[in-house]
Write a protein that binds this ligand. Structure first.
Ligand code: SAH
Length: 257
């Protein structure tokens, strides 16, 4: 059995209890060494074989899984954040399907969620944005034409850009065509790690600040007015609105009945 595990953004305490259980009991561990914090492997079995997938191809990864499965060994395939976000998990699952090897996926805390926690912000502010777009600019992996940053930016949604801080100048240039130049931007480097750094600016100022800080990778670029201070209060906790649990005019105690 192979367990794909979302290891979270970096802080070992942000690994799920279930993910930790499968890592600690695995016979074989394949982890994405470029981003996964090695501390999450600290309680593994002494005899566990550990592979760093940063040095491996897809077929090598699948080969290790196949060999382990043939020996009846358990495999923990450890991805950073959540494997469903830029995790290259699908190609592995499809290969395992072809080989008839069973697997399970254990979700993790994606870095974009850790970034919100570090910034102490809410991505979906009433009256500002109710939509979050996760995207990237083109690197070696092409981005479909219809999803180019320029067209996505037109929605003025909250935007979270992965894998792109190395091209921050290109990114802000593209976004400036749709957003106002003073739209707030934050760059969150290594969210939840001890070396976490957050840089705040606007579309106009952020590129220089990021360069001055020497940040070229492992960072998210988040853009949108959710970083500002203007928003409407929620209806969920509005005293003039009823919800399934809370009737207007009722005391707080009523809501718990
Ligand atoms: N599956 C991962 C993303 C993998 S792609 C997730 O859910 O977070 C790798 C990119 O994710 C990096 O280039 C960076 O943009 C972002 N990233 C991963 N960990 C990060 C962290 N701790 N802080 C900020 N960005 C991070």
């Amino acid at each position: 059995m192979v367990h794909f595990i979302g290891a979270g953004p970096g802080d070992p305490e942000l690994l799920t209890i279930k993910g930790k259980r499968f890592i600690d009991s695995a016979d074989v561990i394949i982890y994405a060494g470029s981003l996964v914090n090695e501390k999450i492997l600290a309680d593994r079995k002494d005899c566990a074989q550990v592979y760093n997938s940063a040095y491996m191809t897809l077929s090598e990864v699948i080969g290790v899984m196949k060999e382990a499965a043939a020996k009846g060994q358990s495999v923990a395939r450890v991805h950073t954040g959540d494997p469903s976000i830029y995790g290259a998990i699908r190609e592995q699952m499809d290969a395992l399907d072809d080989l008839g090897i069973s697997y399970e996926v254990i979700p993790g805390v994606s870095s974009f969620l850790a970034a919100a926690a570090s910034m102490k912000k809410e991505y979906t502010l009433p009256g500002v944005s109710q939509t979050v777009i996760l995207s990237r600019i083109e690197g070696r992996t092409p981005v479909p034409e219809k999803e180019k940053i320029l067209s996505l930016a037109k929605h003025h949604a909250t935007m979270i850009i992965f894998l792109s801080v190395g091209k921050i100048e290109v990114l802000v240039h593209l976004m400036s065509e749709s957003y106002e130049k003073d739209t707030p931007v934050a760059v969150v480097y290594k969210a939840s790690w001890p070396e976490e750094t957050i840089i705040y600016g606007t579309l106009e100022t952020i590129a220089d600040k990021v360069k001055a800080a020497g940040i070229t990778k492992t960072a998210l670029v988040v853009v949108g007015d959710f970083l500002g201070d203007k928003y409407e209060l929620s209806k969920l906790y509005d005293q003039n609105f009823e919800t399934e649990y809370r009737k207007t005019g009722g005391s707080i105690d009523d809501s718990h009945q």
